[in-house]
Ligand binder design. Sequence first.
Ligand SMILES: NC(=O)c1ccc[n+]([C@@H]2O[C@H](COP(=O)([O-])OP(=O)(O)OC[C@H]3O[C@@H](n4cnc5c(N)ncnc54)[C@H](O)[C@@H]3O)[C@@H](O)[C@H]2O)c1
Length: 325
Amino acid sequence: MAKILVTGGAGYIGSHIAKALYAAGHEPVVLDNLSRGHRDFVRWGAFIQGDVRDTQLLGSIFETQSFDGVIHLAALAYVSESVADPDLYYEVNVCGTRNLLAAMVQAKVSNLVFSSSCAVYGEPDRLPIVEETPCNPINPYGFTKWACERMMMDFQTAYGLRSARLRYFNAAGADPAGQIGEDHDPETHLIPLLLAVAQGKKTPFSIYGRDYPTRDGTAERDYIHVEDLAAAHLAALSHLLDGGASLALNLGTGQGATVWEVLQAVERVTGHSIPYAIQPRRKGDPAQLVADAAKAYAELGWNPKHSDLDHIVADAWRWHQKRFG
Ligand SMILES: NC(=O)c1ccc[n+]([C@@H]2O[C@H](COP(=O)([O-])OP(=O)(O)OC[C@H]3O[C@@H](n4cnc5c(N)ncnc54)[C@H](O)[C@@H]3O)[C@@H](O)[C@H]2O)c1
């Protein structure tokens, strides 16, 4: 049993990780300022409402409690917001991470699992994306994640802090028990947007670009079930707790799905037809982002088990109807 601080644990992915930690017999403690999260998502373990920018709070958390490791998800994660307000993104994502790492070093807590993103790669010229693909982010959000990864490498060299930097592709789906799921405001992710259209809200659905060099002309992404993501965090944590070396890993399935294929899956699973309108491409939207996830399988023995597209959509739909029905 390990006691784990989960920053951002009131958010979409963090709450699924807290649930998985608890189910595996660990003790999660959630730290979240609720700026983008939900109090009712914190159901497994203790809750501290606070901000990763608050160095005093971080110091007192690590002084009064003894942690075996940290899973750090707390961050702001809208690309367009990061372009409009980079100062906020560097403050929360980079300064917040620096504060957390400094508090961990001070308290001699040396195991860190970090929520990175495929946004660190920018627009790679080769697919699928391997971890050795050069990191060339194209927006402030991606830069903040890459800066945090670099910081972690430097903290390893100087202070021995070991990290698993997990580069998620597109998190999707929901808790199969329907207790937690995706609830972002504003929502920008494809599947919940399609589900809102299936419910008769926000119609028609906008497809941005049908002239990409993909099999049906729409953009292709790699969707990974949030339960599979949570399982990967537990595997990465065990790797570090067992003394394993730092690593950076892609978390995806290696199987992309186009916007058109996801739309069809939503029609199939929900039984509702999705009215749509074709819009021009959006600036900065690459044609394809698909992971080569072989390294995560090799290093952690982790395999996505729930990431079949219909399974993802079915779990998301159940949650969506319960939350927004
Ligand atoms: N959703 C995805 O597809 C995806 C893909 C790649 C990476 N990520 C990363 O995964 C992490 C979680 O993403 P998510 O989709 O669950 O987002 P989310 O917004 O649902 O969760 C983030 C949580 O962090 C909290 N938070 C924000 N700023 C904070 C601060 N200053 N102090 C304390 N808590 C703070 C928010 O209240 C929220 O609960 C983020 O780091 C994100 O960058 C997400």
